[in-house]
Design a binder for this molecule. Sequence first.
Ligand SMILES: [Zn+2]
Length: 142
Amino acid sequence: MFILYPDKTLKKKSKTNKAFNSSLYEIIKIMIKKIINVSDYIAISAVQIGYLLRIFIVKYFFKKAFFIFINPKILWRSSLYFFSYEGCISIPKFYTYILRNKYIIVETYCNKKFYYKFYLKNLISYVFQHEYDHLNGKLIKV
Ligand SMILES: [Zn+2]
């Protein structure tokens, strides 16, 4: 169902989405379907289901609403850090502490032209950084 560690696909860098078309939205729909009923995890990147595209989605506080991040970027990271205790849908039953920036400013795209910026703090900031690492082929387990 998910690409699992140590599959080499997870180490690859995902590509920027150039076309905001029905096939992109189809992939997002598949991602939502795959994560909606998974109770232990709150986010998924496209690479974890085999698409090397810069997309990830985060369940809104475990409810059935989603943040969809397309071509996200981290614009600023606080110099304040926090040890976040994390698991990964691609590494079942593995949990570890990871040093994360406590606050970040990010941008994400709705389509080719429109993007918006967010200020994220605490849990959602750590989740964003975890998924952002997936887009660059970085995992919580080396
Ligand atoms: Zn993960």
